[in-house]
Design a binder for this molecule. Structure first.
Ligand SMILES: [Zn+2]
Length: 59
């Protein structure tokens, strides 16, 4: 792996935390509703994954 300018486990704009962060979990992206796309483009909120990392248990 050679990611000079990018972190290996990159987060997306819609992520509240990096994947694997305690107290967080995957959630369906509220922008694209899990489709990974908005209009005919990749959803920028989740980066096209259809999922975002959100805090769970309270808040
Ligand atoms: Zn999305």
């Amino acid at each position: 792996m050679n990611n000079s300018n990018h972190t290996p486990s990159s987060t997306n704009p819609g992520d509240e935390a990096a994947p694997g962060t305690p107290g967080t979990g995957e959630n369906i992206c509220p922008i694209c509703n899990g489709s990974g796309r908005t209009d005919a483009q990749e959803c920028k909120n989740c980066g096209g994954t259809g999922k975002v990392i959100e805090g769970i248990g309270g808040a």
